[in-house]
Design a protein around this ligand. Structure first.
Ligand code: F3S
Length: 613
């Protein structure tokens, strides 16, 4: 299988600059606003070094905040600074140019059209610089829906990673639909960056020469997605992957020529891992068809590698010792037990381990996280599992990563075993997202959903919590199978009912606001989060058939507190009993008047009776 790697693969200058900026500023008070690049391995690499990312700038105080290459709106910069944060700007200069253009266009009163994906962070940022005054177009059909003012000029800019061909198609169509008036000047800025254009044209060229393409890059990476769609449009079988272990060997079975391309946010080490894995598969394929291959057809690399392996085996072992070593390795493989051996040398794509014979540990299987320099392991005794063994081919593949993952899972099992639903534990807020906060409760993260953060409504977790804050949480639910833990912060706080109910006494008359009407009565708010029910029979002395006949939501009413049930948190109220009672004594006069008879009051009455007699 022949491998062609597309030119201009991997980190572009803008991403490189942002990554270097984070590397230079590693410290516990540094966070990046969003993952520095759309790549899980890079995110994890920095997280392990102590620099995590935040999803939202709100509630971030006294930090150094790195803005990634996509840039942000000017409001975000202002708010970050207002909250005592230091802003470290990693916006790519090409993106800054688009932001500046957008700002200028709207200042001059022209109509701004942005070609790009409105949900992409870069476009959200650029739109902010245009004071949200922009029309976003992502595909040709979007042109049908736009409304342009024929009296104002138009200026077009594009997302730096927009597809170049799509850009040309949209511009041609736009020119044909806008009215030809002198006032309607059309200004076009092709702001697609050179790195994007280079990558797109290189992948176009490469995809036409191969029968399968592997595009390496993050799922959320816009420029990687464009490379994938270019290859698919050309008609070549294309797979987008994030790392080497996602390669399904079946994809490569009948492949003669394979192309490898990588987006601008893909680090070199992942490209190397993928390439060495494809190389490995190629070697295997060549071994199978060895008899059909003439010596001249074997590439230089393959010859070198084969020779090296043979020499290593003969140098290290003699007959019976070697046999015993193979048995030990085979037993470890069969029983999934660990072996220990010394890392002796870094070779292309991994490390050689001395087990009596030299076994290979691919770079991707050395650790659970990315290892920058494998040399740090040379000379160390490592413990690992045997991943693959093929005695006939003198081949042993080891994995320390599998063992570390097993250990981690075991540790998590232990943690789960010690946790109990309904108990209260201490934790540290590690990360926040729009839907909640992740809290580390002793080696494992649980989620406090936004609805379980507070008794009152919370827009974002950062409204009440800070990353790094130590808090107490109640364990609501444990799901060991899915490794999910639901936590509650609000239940550790006194509810508004518990805090405020002491201010209310049965029998007292207080003011409240009608918050809801039902057939059976009206709910009246006495204080925030403290509502009581006025049953329909307690609304008026007169008969009413509907609560809305006499009450309306928002109305202020006086109510008498009939009963407070602290257990069920129910309060019964009465409006009719809160009304002042009519004073009938005023009709009574002094006590003597009570001796007055009917005859005294109506003297003619006796005459009337007399006549009848
Ligand atoms: Fe900048 Fe282009 Fe890279 S805009 S971040 S150089 S893809």
């Amino acid at each position: 299988m022949e491998i062609i790697i597309a030119k201009h693969s991997g980190f572009c200058s803008g991403v490189k600059k942002a990554v270097e900026l984070v590397e230079k500023n590693i410290s516990s008070d540094v966070v990046t606003l969003g993952p520095v690049v759309h790549n899980q391995s890079v995110t994890e690499y920095f997280k392990n070094k102590g620099v995590d990312y935040i999803d939202n700038h709100r509630g971030i105080n006294n930090k150094r905040v790195i803005i990634r290459s996509h840039g942000v709106t000017p409001e975000i910069i202002t708010q970050l600074k207002a909250n005592n944060n230091t802003v470290i700007d990693g916006t790519c200069p090409f993106v800054s140019r688009v932001q500046k253009l957008a700002e200028e266009v709207v200042t001059t009163g022209k109509q701004l059209i942005i070609l790009g994906d409105e949900s992409h962070p870069e476009i959200i940022g650029v739109k902010g610089w245009a004071k949200d005054n922009a029309i976003i177009i992502n595909k040709l059909e979007d042109l049908k829906t736009i409304k342009l003012d024929p009296t104002k000029g138009i200026s077009v800019v594009a997302q730096t990673t927009f597809d170049n061909e799509n850009f040309s198609k949209i511009i041609t169509e736009l020119k044909s639909i806008i009215p030809k008036t002198e006032a309607l000047e059309l200004e076009i800025h092709n702001t697609i960056c050179k790195a994007t254009r280079d990558r797109q044209s290189a992948v176009r060229e490469m995809a036409q020469k191969v029968d399968t393409v592997l595009v390496i890059g993050g799922k959320k990476s816009s420029n990687t997605a464009k490379l994938t769609s270019i290859c698919k449009e050309i008609g070549v079988v294309t797979y987008q992957i994030e790392e080497a272990k996602q390669i399904d060997l079946n994809w490569l079975k009948n492949t003669k020529k394979i192309g490898i391309a990588a987006g601008a946010s893909t680090p070199d080490w992942i490209i190397r891992e993928v390439t060495s894995m494809v190389n490995e598969v190629t070697e295997k394929q060549n071994e199978v068809t060895e008899s059909e291959v003439t010596e001249n057809e074997v590439t230089e690399t393959e010859v070198t590698q084969t020779q090296a392996t043979e020499t290593e085996v003969t140098e290290e072992s003699n007959g019976s010792e070697q046999e015993q070593t193979w048995e030990t390795i085979q037993a470890a493989f069969d029983n999934k037990t660990t072996l220990t051996g010394k890392a002796v040398e870094v070779v292309k794509g991994g490390i050689l381990i001395d087990l009596g014979i030299r076994a290979f540990m691919p770079a991707s299987l050395v650790d659970t996280k990315f290892v920058e320099d494998l040399n740090e392991f040379v000379g160390q005794e490592l413990t690992f599992l045997v991943k693959e063994i093929d005695k006939e081919k003198n081949k042993v593949i080891l994995s320390r990563k599998d063992l570390l993952l097993e250990e981690k899972q075991g540790a998590q099992k232990d943690i789960f075993a010690n946790l109990k639903e309904g108990t209260r534990v201490k934790g540290i807020v590690r990360r926040m997202t729009d839907f909640g906060a992740f809290v580390d409760i002793g080696g494992i993260d649980g989620l406090v959903h936004v609805s379980n953060l507070s008794w009152s409504r919370v827009k974002h977790p950062s409204d009440i919590l800070e990353v790094g804050q130590e808090i107490e949480v109640d364990i609501l639910k444990l799901d060991e199978e899915k490794q999910k833990i639901s936590l509650s912060y609000k239940t550790t706080q006194k509810s508004p009912f518990e805090s405020n109910i002491k201010n209310f006494k049965e029998g007292s008359i207080v003011e409240g606001k009608v918050v809801r009407l039902a057939d059976f009565g009206a709910f009246v708010e006495l204080a925030p989060q403290i509502d009581g029910l006025v049953h329909i029979s307690q609304i008026s002395d007169d008969h009413i058939s509907k609560t809305s006949e006499v009450l309306a939501v928002g109305q202020t009413v006086n109510v008498k507190i009939l009963e407070i049930d602290t257990k069920t948190k129910r309060i019964s109220l009465s409006i009719k009993e809160a009304k002042p009672k009519e004073d009938f004594s005023k009709y009574a006069g002094d006590s003597d008047s009570l001796n007055v008879t009917l005859g005294d009051s109506f003297p003619d009455l006796s005459e009337l009776f007399k006549k009848k007699d």
